[in-house]
Design a protein around this ligand. Structure first.
Ligand code: NAI
Length: 366
């Protein structure tokens, strides 16, 4: 309650709270500056977003713990050490007490100290457990770079050590040109026997990482990868059909899911709706149609905005019925939001609709 009150007070002035927090942190602990990117603009709102997410789930222990464990494991690649947590906590509380002055008192401070201690302990423990079984990051060499449209590239890399993951998951990726700036990308294939990983990258305006990957990366370049994450994976304990919506480069994890179903030798119906702005933007349609030819249980339906005058989720309504299907959505945040609404409307229960967190996608920015 006290935590929620504080978050409600600082929500509208989040920018100030975060700037002051980082100023405190770097003045009091200059040795921590090198863990953060040179340009802090994209970093700024990440911390507060993470805190808001934690505060939002404070009553749902299971979701909160899973989220924090993932966050703790993900922090290993930044070089975060257990002793850094108290330093961060102190500056966080310093900043909150200044900007949430209307609600701040000794009781609120005690509640924050308790909450932050619990949060950081879950993260520290998860990182320590992960240290026993996985590297903090992987180096990966670009082995092919295929420019499919003027701004979309399919990039394949070879990790320096085995990289275990599940089809439908994503990773974080750092290029040599923008040190310590990490972006999320979904794996575009199910795990392969040669260990190679592929990503579909679209260069977006002002997207430093995406532009570097599309326009600068060449075979031989070395990137870094964080651990795999995400829960948009196939449930192999059922044989219900899969209804998949992939918008733009959002087709990447959908392709991985199709390969996963194929490898499990299952003959469950898989219906893929592949949305793009124009015919040219359907850069992976050949691959998807080839998959359709080899798998009788797979149907691929391209949806081009300009031709359909309807967006992806609206088209899905015209097919069906979908009540025997699990739904998977991947694409821009707007598509995921309206897609979830459309699918609920059609009668698919929320627990059968899977997608990556829209907050993560927005935070991914470019
Ligand atoms: N795991 C995931 O969810 C993944 C998400 N992405 C995200 O997908 C996006 C891909 O960008 P682009 O290729 O430029 O896609 P885009 O902006 O060209 O959109 C692709 C298609 O999605 C549909 N769409 C877009 N906005 C919509 C809205 N508000 N409501 C309904 N339908 C909508 C339309 O059919 C559109 O043609 C990026 O934001 C990227 O971060 C990419 C890969 C994986």
């Amino acid at each position: 309650m006290l935590i929620r009150q504080t978050m409600a007070e600082v929500g509208p002035i989040a920018d100030k709270v975060t700037s002051y927090f980082y100023a405190l942190l770097f003045v009091r602990h200059p040795e921590l500056r090198s863990l953060f990117p040179a340009a802090m603009d994209t970093q700024r709102d990440r911390l507060l977003k993470a805190l808001l997410t934690a505060a939002e789930h404070i009553d749902n222990t299971e979701v909160l713990v899973a989220y924090l464990q993932n966050l703790g494991r993900g922090h290993r690649k930044y070089g975060t050490r257990p002793e850094h947590y108290p330093a961060v906590g102190e500056c966080l509380i310093g900043s909150l007490s200044r900007y949430a002055s209307a609600v701040w008192d000794t009781e609120t401070e005690a509640a924050w100290v308790r909450a932050y201690t619990t949060i950081s302990q879950v993260m520290i423990d998860a990182a320590a457990a992960d240290e026993l079984r996985a590297p903090a990051w992987w180096y990966a060499e670009v082995v092919s770079h295929d420019l499919r449209t003027p701004d979309v590239a399919v990039i394949t890399v070879r990790p320096d050590q085995p990289y275990p993951f599940l089809a439908g998951q994503y990773t974080s990726l750092e290029t040599p040109w923008w040190p310590r700036i990490w972006r999320h990308y979904s794996f575009a294939s199910a795990p392969r026997s040669d260990g190679l990983l592929s990503f579909h990258v679209k260069a977006v305006p002002a997207g430093w990482v995406s532009n570097a990957l599309v326009h600068r990366a060449r075979p031989g370049d070395i990137i870094r990868l964080g651990p795999p994450a995400g829960t948009m994976t196939v449930d192999h304990t059922t044989d219900s059909g899969l209804l998949c919506l992939g918008g733009g480069t959002g087709i990447a994890p959908i392709k991985a899911l199709v390969e996963d179903v194929a490898e499990h030798g299952e003959r469950r119906p898989v219906e893929v709706f592949y949305g793009a702005r124009t015919g040219h933007d359907l850069y992976d349609i050949d691959t998807m149609l080839r998959l359709q030819q080899s798998h009788p249980w797979l149907a691929v339906r391209p949806v081009v905005d300009q031709q359909a005058h309807l967006q992806l989720p609206d088209v899905v309504r015209e097919y069906g019925p979908w009540n025997e299907y699990d739904a998977y959505l991947s694409g821009p945040p707007g598509m995921i939001r309206s897609g979830v609404d459309a699918l609920r409307d059609i009668g698919i229960p929320s627990d059968r609709i899977r997608h990556d967190s829209v907050e993560e996608l927005v935070a991914a920015g470019d």
